[in-house]
Design a protein around this ligand. Structure first.
Ligand code: ADP
Length: 486
């Protein structure tokens, strides 16, 4: 197997105050390659005392970092962006080893993550206050935008590089400092990002990374420590609610990117080949383990069979295997529990009347690889219509009218992404305006990029990442009122 060109990107210690250090209590834990169950290595297992040290370091680093000019912070971020892109191959390999996704997808993730660093390097210079018309002639009113302070970031394993880059870059652009806990399963990508940040000139303490299996304890420290002013979290709705509650006690700002349950509607007037291509991109990327993955396919009756046939054909072309091998489309799921959940959801749908057209099982017993799957005649009371599948399973549900499709799509407590295919311009507006989602893809299967606001409504979260809105959550507005003017 290929090894890293730059071996110094592979770290196994915590990164606190610009130092690589062991956990204070000396603990370590193994990082497992989901493709074959082998140990990729061991990393430090931080405890609450380490989290506290990281917060202290971030607090101490804040004054100097926020006093730097926007242009200086921008330059550091630009340097970091360049280093990430120069080391893309190595970062992708580390990512595949700990997460499982095919190398091509890992490379795409590195580019995607880097695009946020580049974007916020640019946006750092566009933080504007206002001069406001006063109510009387003796006053002048202004606003300043100031960094919120220490930001705590907790990120998931499905995009171990990009989710962290998408949080750290705007924080640094705004003048905040960061303590981050990546998902326990995927610490290596986060540590490698810190190596490159340090090389780019990010000062000690401005970024701190604690890797740990004790997520609840570290999360509690982050949400309750008085110096932490903002929590930014990407992960499950259940954990997001818990963190929001904890943060509320200290009235801390929160940004929550939580679970999704994306509807994917195919109307009878759609370009079916485009819809199939979009379905494959949206459903099977990262083996179905993205929060914007299509979760429920609603297909209009007139074209239901034709769409199912074409989708089956496309699914049959997907190649499953270890992500480090060439030409692989679908890697393993992250762990056994993830596969078991997919098995249960498929079994539930089948018990309620769904039919397996292709796939519907692991590649072999105990394998972490679940075959790309197509289910048809799925009843809308199947559990997978309510829960995120987080696996390579496309579930097709039939509908008759536009209003029915919209009602079905909106019958979810989630509201992250939604997709639909139609060639009717009036329908495009009607459906786009009525879907209860933070993001809508129209005749497209991939919608996320650094220039656009990423985020959800309902129980999919609050706040937006990326775009010109992506700095708002890292800034406080301070209003200045100058009076007694003559
Ligand atoms: P998933 O594993 O489905 O992506 P989770 O919400 O379980 O979603 O995990 C997302 C992140 O939240 C990970 O970094 C994980 O370690 C962390 N996490 C899990 N449980 C807690 C918790 N109780 N408190 C704080 N963080 C948690």
């Amino acid at each position: 197997m290929r090894s890293l060109v730059d071996k110094s990107l592979r770290r196994d210690q915590l990164y606190i105050n610009g130092q690589w250090c062991d956990a204070q209590r000396g603990g370590v834990y193994p990082v497992i390659n989901p493709a074959d169950g082998t140990e990729v290595g061991k990393v430090a297992n931080a405890g609450v005392d380490d989290a506290r040290r990281a917060i202290d370091a971030a607090t101490a680093a804040l004054a100097e970092w926020q006093q730097r000019s926007a242009k200086e912070r921008s330059n550091v971020l630009h340097a970091w962006f360049s280093l990430v892109m120069e080391n893309r191959e190595d970062l992708a390999l580390l990512l595949t080893l700990e997460q499982g996704k095919p190398l091509q997808e890992a490379k795409a993730e590195i580019t995607y993550g880097a695009s946020y660093i580049e974007w916020f390097a640019e946006e750092a210079k566009r933080i504007y206050g206002d001069v406001i018309a006063p109510p009387s002639a003796d006053k002048r009113l202004l606003t300043l935008k100031q960094p919120v302070g220490v930001v705590a970031a907790i990120t998931p394993w499905n995009f171990p590089n990009a989710m962290l880059a998408r949080k750290m870059a705007p924080a640094l652009a705004a003048g905040c400092t960061v303590v981050a806990k990546p998902a326990g399963a995927t610490p290596l990508s986060a540590l490698a990002l810190a190596v490159l940040a340090e090389r780019a000139g990010v000062p000690p303490g401005v970024i701190n990374i604690v890797t740990s299996t004790d997520a609840a304890a570290i999360g509690k420290e982050f949400t309750t420590h008085p110096q932490v002013r903002k929590i930014t979290f990407t992960g499950s709705t259940a954990v997001g609610k818990e963190l929001s509650q904890q943060a509320a006690r200290g009235v801390k700002k929160v940004t929550m990117e939580l679970g999704g349950n994306a509807p994917f509607i195919v109307f009878s007037d759609a370009d079916l080949d485009a819809a199939v291509a979009g379905a494959i991109a949206s459903k099977f990327r990262n083996a179905g383990q993205t929060c914007v993955c299509a979760n429920r396919f609603y297909v209009q009756a007139e074209i239901y069979d034709q769409f199912a046939q074409k989708l089956q054909q496309a699914i049959s072309q997907l190649r499953i295997g270890n992500g480090v091998e060439p030409d692989v489309d679908i890697g393993p799921l992250i762990n056994q529990a993830a596969v078991e959940k997919v098995e249960q959801l498929v079994a539930d749908a089948v018990a309620r009347g769904a039919r397996v057209v292709i796939g519907g099982a692991r590649t072999k017993a105990h394998s972490a690889f679940y075959l790309p799957t197509l289910l048809i005649e799925v009843p809308s009371d199947a559990a997978l219509c309510e829960e995120e599948i987080f696996g390579p399973v496309a579930a097709l549900i039939k509908f008759d009218t536009e209003q029915e499709a919209i009602a079905l799509a909106n019958a979810s407590e989630y509201g992250l992404a939604g997709y639909f295919y139609t060639q009717n311009p009036s329908r495009i507006w009607r459906v786009a305006e009525q879907l209860e989602c933070g993001m809508v893809a129209i005749n497209d299967g991939v919608l996320s990029n650094e220039m656009a606001p990423f985020g959800g409504i309902k129980q999919s979260g609050m706040g937006r990442e990326g775009s010109r809105y992506g700095l708002d959550d890292y800034l406080n507005i301070k209003y200045l009122c100058q009076g007694s003017l003559e």
